[in-house]
Ligand binder design. Structure first.
Ligand code: NAP
Length: 290
């Protein structure tokens, strides 16, 4: 069992930290909104630190899951940031979905203080975090850092894989989000078509989900999509943040993303409909309400 720290007890970080405590690790937590950290400690034990720096000072492995690149920077750098307290020989694991460029920068900054770094964005959503069934995509400049954190991450992952040097986890997460954009739009068009054709969409999904059209989105979202239920899941505004990272990276590597760009515009329209916190499956709302 290890002394571990967790920075960012949001929808994803809170349950991940809970799984670490349940697995028997000593967990010290930090959350910007202190009430959340107090509530977490009252429920799951461990202790609360006053700054990210304090978390790092007490930990062999520091996990973090915040919002975007700027949020990562604000908890890592600076006088009270993680980096200021990171011990030589420790490892920083970033579960935030952020850019690969930032991951490489963090890897270099950690190496400069004798610490390891693993970028480790996740897929599986809130349910995956709650149930300890996340998919974790990792990048690291040293295999030893990955080998050290992999058995600990096991507490909340069904799959955790090293894909290459620092930044590779974030690049893999971009691949994941590009897939989801296309699949969610395809499923939206198909379900809207089914309903306009007078079919019972639940019955159609029941049969075609046993064939080649099957997907996670179909299994987990089709029923709610046809009922206009979107107040849960992975928010459209988070998806647009992720797609912006994809477009930025595509500019560098020359990949064309015509369909993803189109879906991003559709998400912009969903936001104009009041759906910035709706689940990504809300793409169908543009079609059913049009
Ligand atoms: P969330 O519920 O909004 O939680 C964000 C956490 O980060 C909160 O603890 C927040 O603190 C903290 N935070 C944000 N900005 C900060 C800053 N500048 N300084 C200090 N703390 C800051 O978000 P989430 O849904 O857990 O998502 C977190 C990350 O996981 C994002 O990168 C997201 O894209 C990714 N992700 C989310 C899902 C999902 O289904 N939700 C799935 C896969 C990946 P406060 O409590 O003080 O606000």
């Amino acid at each position: 069992m290890a002394n571990v720290g967790y920075v960012g007890l949001g929808i994803m970080g809170g349950p991940m930290a809970r799984h670490l405590a349940k697995a028997g690790h000593n967990v010290v937590v930090y959350n910007r909104t202190t009430e959340k950290a107090d509530a977490w400690v009252a429920e799951h034990g461990g202790s609360r630190a006053l700054t990210p720096r304090e978390v790092a000072q007490q930990s062999e492995i520091v996990f973090m899951c915040v919002g975007n690149d700027n949020d990562v920077r604000s908890v890592v750098f600076g006088e009270d940031g993680v980096l200021a307290g990171l011990k030589p020989g420790s490892v920083l694991v970033d579960h935030t979905t952020a850019s690969a460029t930032l991951a490489r920068e963090l890897a270099d900054a950690c190496a400069a203080v004798g610490a390891g770094f693993v970028d480790a964005p996740v897929s599986g959503g809130q349910a995956g975090a709650e149930n300890g069934q996340l998919t974790v995509m990792c990048g690291s400049n040293d295999q030893a850092s990955f080998d050290r954190v992999n058995p600990v991450i096991d507490a909340y992952a069904k799959r955790c894989q090293l894909l290459g040097k620092a930044g590779s986890g974030q690049l893999a997460k971009m691949v994941n989000q590009i897939c989801i954009a296309g699949i969610a739009q395809g499923l939206s068009e198909a379900l809207n078509f089914a309903m306009r054709a007078g079919l019972n969409p639940d019955d159609v999904v029941d049969v075609i989900s046993k064939g080649a059209a099957q997907s996670w989105q179909m299994e987990n979202r089709a029923k709610t999509m046809v009922r206009d239920e979107f107040e849960f899941g992975f928010a459209v505004e988070w998806m647009r943040k992720d797609l912006a990272i994809c477009f930025d990276e595509a500019k560098r590597n020359g990949a064309q993303l015509p369909m993803t760009e189109m879906v991003d515009k559709f998400y912009e329209e969903v936001i104009a409909m009041g759906g910035k916190r709706w689940d990504t499956s809300s793409l169908i709302a543009r079609l059913t309400k049009g």
